[in-house]
Design a protein around this ligand. Structure first.
Ligand SMILES: [Zn+2]
Length: 331
């Protein structure tokens, strides 16, 4: 279809030429003789007003479509934004099977994907319920951190929720225009099964259930079913680690190449380097397999971004104290 468009456009233009009595330089139509529309192009018609107006309209539409298709290939500038400060945690608590005695530094982040197609996407929403979770140091509400790079909460077009733990979903009500994307099975577990007998509620805040349902009743919730699904041009989601019932991670067509926002499907670089699972997953083996798969999905494993590792902030070019740009040539 796209190959045919230049010829089609020229042919329409030749018809418009006869309508408007203009001269078109050269035989542009013959240049595009591969199109099937040569006959239409060569036709000398009289002024047929309704049809001619439709042609002008179609010409405008085709030209706009063609050049918008050429002008973008859906790439994204990617930023990591830390909305809490850094905390030390023993390695043994984040990597099952590790014999290390030292500590590792963690924080909590959201990720901004700024597309050349006009989409301004947030991966995860952070949290706002500081009364329930007062132990995070140096907390700043995620929408306030976004303002450091001139993004207002209303600007967010899409919000991809990797999983419904409080520090990833609690801020969804901060972004009024965003379409929320979440795995269907994770949604159902979160709003129902988790709270029933034998359900797992670790990391879940029941107040977030009502926020999510509100998004649904506003028509701003899209449930995704399955693995390797392109939900937005240049954005593909994957499942497999089962950090929650059906947590997902995001493969982004980034400016530096394929980039994975792993969120909690990899907590720390340590987990990725040692291929050790975290203690919170329904499937430890699946968690490790998901990390191995992530390595295969990108050409540069530096472009796999873990969910809670403060190293992210020193590894990539700094934008502000809390924000880095995820791109190659990192340290
Ligand atoms: Zn989590």
């Amino acid at each position: 279809m796209l190959n045919c468009l230049p010829g089609l456009i020229i042919c329409f233009w030749r018809d418009v030429e006869s309508i408007l009595n203009l001269n078109v330089i050269g035989n542009a139509c013959m240049t595009f003789s591969q199109t099937k529309h040569k006959k239409t192009c060569m036709k000398k018609g009289k002024l047929r007003k309704p049809i001619d107006l439709i042609k002008i309209f179609l010409l405008t539409l085709l030209t706009a479509f063609h050049f918008s298709a050429i002008g973008q290939n859906n790439t994204y500038n990617i930023f990591a934004l830390a909305y809490t400060g850094n905390d030390k945690i023993p390695v043994s608590e984040i990597a099952v099977g590790s014999k290390a005695n030292d500590s590792i530094t963690g924080n909590a982040m959201v990720w901004l994907l700024k597309g050349n197609n006009g989409r301004i996407i947030l991966v995860d929403a952070g949290f706002t319920d500081t009364a329930q979770y007062p132990f995070f140091n140096n907390y700043i509400r995620p929408d306030i951190v976004l303002k450091e790079i001139n993004i207002n909460p209303e600007d967010i077009t899409d919000l991809i929720i990797t999983h419904p733990h409080f520090d990833h979903i609690g801020g969804i009500d901060l972004f009024p225009n965003a379409m929320v994307w979440m795995q269907k099975d994770d949604f159902h577990y979160f709003v129902n099964t988790a709270w029933q007998k034998n359900g797992v509620t670790v990391g879940l805040n029941k107040k977030d259930v009502s926020k999510l349902i509100e998004k649904s009743t506003e028509g701003k919730l899209t449930l995704v079913k399955g693995d390797s699904i392109e939900i937005i041009p240049g954005i593909r989601v994957f499942i497999g680690s089962r950090h929650t019932y059906e947590s997902q991670y995001v493969l982004v067509n980034g400016v530096s190449g394929k980039t994975i926002i792993a969120s909690d499907n990899i907590w720390y670089y340590y987990n990725l380097e040692h291929l050790l699972p975290i203690p919170i997953t329904f499937d430890p083996k699946g968690y490790v397999n998901a990390m191995k798969r992530m390595k295969r999905l990108v050409s540069d494993s530096n472009l796999i971004i873990p969910g809670h590792d403060a190293l992210v902030l020193s590894k990539f070019p700094k934008v502000t104290d809390r924000i880095v740009r995820i791109e190659k040539n990192n340290k």
